[in-house]
Design a protein around this ligand. Structure first.
Ligand SMILES: *[C@@H]1O[C@H](CO)[C@@H](O)[C@H](O)[C@H]1NC(C)=O
Ligand SMILES: *[C@@H]1O[C@H](CO)[C@@H](O)[C@H](O)[C@H]1NC(C)=O
Ligand SMILES: *[C@@H]1O[C@H](CO)[C@@H](O)[C@H](O)[C@H]1NC(C)=O
Length: 323
């Protein structure tokens, strides 16, 4: 789940760079790219400088469109990466319109109706499964270095929010049961990801969890929170799916409400396909699509998002390798 927000920290460092860049450029039209590289950022100071105002004032988006600072990564039309058979679960062909409609809808539910939520989880699983190998239009930013591969694609909502669609694959030295216990340990998750403010479980059985997750204010971005179900489906003892989807509910209140104004963000669909490939080795394939209610341009965010995911995975790895 964390993948949804973690890229933001790095991403805003990038925004800061761009503001600085904009300033230098305004000052000196014979601006050299080198100057940009030399700009030293002091994040804490910059936060104090009330970035919010800066962002309102700077026309940074225009700069972004005309200047691509990202390392040019060869765009590859990703075809089906590998046609692995999912044991017992044959990917279904579902109409793409139905898929998009399902993903983009956040259903309003009765959180006491567990049976219905399990059915919603099951539907989310079917949708996840049907797009698991669809890498069409994705840009690959990393390929199996350090057993990590990463692809990304963006879509824009009618409100101009930029939505990340991320796919990545990695391995962990652990077992499915240890992994499950680790992910269920919310205190541990808070320790691993310091940007988590609150992580609450409002229901849990072996198939379904109802979770509330809130992130701290990150630079100028107000706190974001998520309210979502996590559906767990075992295919066999070595194969597991974890699927998350945001829900809305009139009855829902966090145990610890936020003191600050918080923006509800949506985990439209996120899933992990987890396989025990060796005694102590998991292979994890993730798809994650979320609406953070942010309008930042993809050109700023893609490398940052990848690096943040990598950092988080490294923390997971360190955790399991220490055991
Ligand atoms: C930017 O403008 C200020 C004031 O006009 C000037 O003192 C400074 O030298 C300029 N910096 C550059 C890099 O041109
Ligand atoms: C999940 O959904 C599929 C397809 O709609 C259906 O065939 C299956 O029975 C459902 N499984 C459960 C456990 O509800
Ligand atoms: C798994 O453990 C092996 C042996 O200790 C180590 O070489 C490898 O880097 C580890 N891989 C991951 C992904 O942690």
């Amino acid at each position: 789940m964390n993948q949804c927000i973690i890229w933001i920290k790095l991403l805003f460092k990038k925004c800061l760079s761009i503001i600085q860049y904009t300033k230098i450029r305004t000052n000196n039209t014979h601006y050299q790219m080198q100057q940009f590289n030399q700009v030293e950022l002091n994040l804490d100071k910059d936060i104090d400088n009330n970035l919010k105002e800066e962002f309102k004032n700077e026309n940074y988006e225009t700069e972004l469109v005309t200047n691509d600072f990202e390392i040019k990564v060869q765009t590859q039309k990703q075809q089906l990466i590998e046609k692995q058979e999912i044991i017992e679960v044959v990917p279904q062909t579902i109409d793409i319109k139905i898929i998009r409609q399902f993903i983009e809808t956040t259903p309003t539910v009765d959180i006491n109706n567990i049976e219905f939520l399990i059915e919603l989880g099951n539907q989310s699983f079917q949708i996840y499964n049907s797009i698991l190998y669809d890498y069409d239009g994705y840009e690959q930013l990393e390929d199996n270095q350090d057993e990590f591969s990463y692809w990304i694609k963006y879509i824009e909502t009618p409100e101009k929010f930029q939505i990340h669609q991320m796919r990545y694959k990695y391995t962990l030295n652990t077992t499915i049961s240890k992994y499950i216990a680790f992910m269920k340990d919310l205190e541990m998750q808070k320790k691993i990801d310091s940007s988590i403010d609150q992580y609450e479980q409002h229901f849990s059985n072996n198939q379904l969890q109802i979770n509330y997750l809130r992130y701290k204010k990150i630079l100028f971005m107000d706190p974001r929170d998520f309210f979502f179900i996590k559906y767990i489906k075992y295919i066999d003892e070595n194969t597991l799916f974890e699927i998350s989807k945001s829900i809305e509910s009139d009855e829902f209140q966090p145990f610890t409400p936020s003191q600050k104004s918080t923006t509800r963000a949506y985990l439209q669909l996120s899933g992990n396909y987890i396989k025990q490939v060796e005694d102590n080795k998991l292979e994890i394939q993730t798809y994650s699509e979320c609406n953070m209610k942010l309008k930042l341009k993809p050109v700023m965010t893609k490398t940052a998002s990848k690096n943040e995911i990598k950092k988080l995975i490294k923390k997971y790895r360190d955790h399991f390798n220490q055991q």
